[in-house]
Design a protein around this ligand. Sequence first.
Ligand SMILES: *Cc1c(COP(=O)(O)O)cnc(C)c1O
Length: 230
Amino acid sequence: MSIAENLEAVRVRIADAASRAGRDAGEVELVAVSKTWPASMVAEAFEAGQRAFGENKVQELIEKAPALPEEIRWHLIGHLQKNKVRKVLPVCASVHSIDSIDLARRVDRIAGEEGLTVEGLLQVNVAGDDAKFGFTRDEVRGVIDEVAGLEQLAVRGLMTVPAYDPDPEKVRPHFARLRELRDELASASGWQLPELSMGMSHDFEVAIEEGATLVRVGSSIFGQRDYGTG
Ligand SMILES: *Cc1c(COP(=O)(O)O)cnc(C)c1O
């Protein structure tokens, strides 16, 4: 199957999942995760109408973006090291992986210095597993007022990356927990937190049923990645 056909198949699955949940498919944005794949494949997806792309590494993003159309909205979905903030902000529209209060403050300050605004999502470790990155739910409750009040970093919602489980039903409770946390924060703080970034190739349908507004899908569009571990 071509990238265009894969994209179409994913869009159909998004629409079906939304309709099962009684949601409008237009509420769900597909972020095509192009990490490890060359710019030529991103261009192919762009030709097929895709506009939002996700990368998890700053270096790869800043190398790929200049070769590609400016209409692309790049989403940084992997951990952002503090010393790379200034480099990445000019090329990315949204940072899904705001995972500490220090990072939030720094992104806000540097965006201000560079005359930019950037959208951000707070990454939450809802499973409470030993994932390396992400706020705990209690930490988010403690920082929401400060981060939502930042001017140059526009916090739009929450994101999570649960540990991989081949059975999407096992992941569903984590997605539900992220939505519940968002609802709780929004009503307690009065901040609008419309976005929920959750769901990847093997579990995005369940994520949509649980309220995802951004799904991050890589291998179902571009194919299995080869990290060269062999
Ligand atoms: C790689 C990645 C994805 C996409 O994973 P697929 O299984 O290829 O769809 C989504 N989110 C994050 C944070 C990733 O690093």
